[in-house]
Design a protein around this ligand. Structure first.
Ligand code: SAH
Ligand code: SF4
Length: 388
């Protein structure tokens, strides 16, 4: 098997080139071809020495992830399902807004944290994605979008690690991928526009501050340990006080002067006025000074067998108002891509959806098709059946 160049940050690529007897500037050239121009073949790379262009295919490749499907929402949101092998698929979502284009990227196939309200968590954990598989999502989406929107400019301006998986439980692959997102020779995103979302892997928050500080979002979902233990099982290992301490330690290195807390609104579970009061006391009082933060309320997206319901709109608004009046800047997340199940926590659907992905792959293979390039969108009915 040859080396996949999508697995490297610039330092890694320079080291690889050095082994081939090539100078660092060759690595920069290659890196720009791959990430800025979207090249996947070496013979396109016209400014590389011919001898190098001829040598590269025998030692390395630029191998993207096969696309299983693409769905386009009426609101412009696009969801891709990528094949990561062995019947596993991961999802990536593009969310266009007036002033930005955000890509929501997956870090694992499944997730080991097993949050009660999360469809990915209910699937269990299959495996970590490699750096190349994390970056292949951005590489593909950016160059697909440029082509389809006929744009020479960058289309994706923000990346959020809020797809499937817990990014801080795949730290070794995550950090080089973040470096490529930030690198001016690649995607050149500012640190403020790359967000890692975590359910609270405390030691890795500290490491991220040193290795690659980007914007941090923390999935809090509850104002006390008793409640959070039942929603986010990782809380039993890293309880709220330790998590908030880690947030305070992160802030001096962070590109923004606040942490974003995510709070999924679950009917009758964590959405009552007393929860809002507790949350205010926690966020304003922790450590004596409180934690500089913004709060993002996420309406729960139901999925089969979750046994949970989304809070009524009026409850979400009342909760948000109490927090805002108490001095915590709080917003309610807009739901995007609802018609294609691209909203938070619905990614790569439930087990049924993954089984269908596996079935489609098997059918395509049986039909003699090469492992999947672009196949038509999933039929809507699949998803209507899946939705609660
Ligand atoms: N594992 C990371 C990142 C992926 S989840 C984390 O938990 O932060 C991204 C966000 O979607 C998290 O805030 C998560 O709590 C939220 N989420 C998961 N399932 C959801 C659902 N069914 N409805 C609404 N938000 C959900
Ligand atoms: Fe994993 Fe995040 Fe889902 Fe929890 S919410 S199960 S950490 S992906």
């Amino acid at each position: 098997m040859t080396v996949n160049l999508l697995d490297f940050d610039l330092e890694g690529l320079a080291a690889f080139c050095e082994k081939l007897g090539e100078k660092r500037f060759r690595a920069v050239q290659l890196f720009r071809w791959i990430h800025q121009k979207g090249a996947s073949r070496f013979d396109e790379m016209t400014d590389l020495a011919r001898s190098l262009r001829e040598k590269l295919p025998s030692v390395c490749s630029i191998t993207p992830l096969p696309v299983l499907s693409r769905q386009d929402s009426a609101d412009g949101t696009i969801k891709w399902l990528f094949d990561v092998g062995d019947g596993n698929a991961v999802e990536t979502v593009f969310i266009p807004e007036d002033d930005r284009g955000t890509l929501c990227v997956s870090s694992q196939a499944g997730c080991a944290v097993g949050c009660r309200f999360c469809s990915t968590g209910h699937q269990g954990f299959s495996r970590n994605l490699t750096t190349g598989e994390i970056l292949a999502q951005l590489w593909y989406a950016e160059h697909y979008l440029r082509q389809h929107l006929n744009s020479k400019e960058r289309v994706i301006t923000n990346v959020v690690m809020m797809g499937m998986g817990e990014p801080l439980q795949n730290y070794g692959a995550l950090v080089p991928a973040l470096r490529v997102m930030l690198d001016d020779h690649a995607y050149g995103l500012s640190r403020r526009r790359v967000t890692v979302s975590t359910s609270g892997v405390v030691p890795m928050i500290d490491r991220l501050a040193k290795d690659c500080p980007v914007a941090l979002a923390v999935s809090l979902h509850a104002p006390n340990d008793a409640l959070r233990d039942g929603l986010v099982p990782l809380n039993r290992k890293y309880p709220i006080a330790e998590l908030l301490d880690a947030c305070l330690r992160y802030l001096p290195a962070a590109p923004r002067d606040f942490i974003t807390f995510e709070y999924c609104m679950l009917d009758g579970v964590n959405d009552q006025p007393e929860h809002a009061q507790q949350l205010l006391a926690l966020l304003r009082g922790h450590g004596g000074t409180g934690v500089p933060c913004k709060l993002n309320l996420i309406p729960f997206n139901p999925f089969p067998d979750s046994g949970l319901k989304c809070s009524p709109r009026s409850t979400v608004l009342r909760f948000g108002q109490m927090l805002n009046e108490g001095g915590i800047v709080t917003t309610v997340r807009k739901t995007r891509g609802d018609d294609i199940d691209a909203a938070c926590g619905q990614l790569a659907g439930d087990v049924l959806d993954r089984t269908q992905a596996a079935r489609r792959m098997a059918q395509l293979r049986a039909a003699g098709a090469h492992p999947v390039k672009v196949v038509p969108s999933l039929p809507q009915t699949t998803h209507q059946e899946d939705s609660a």
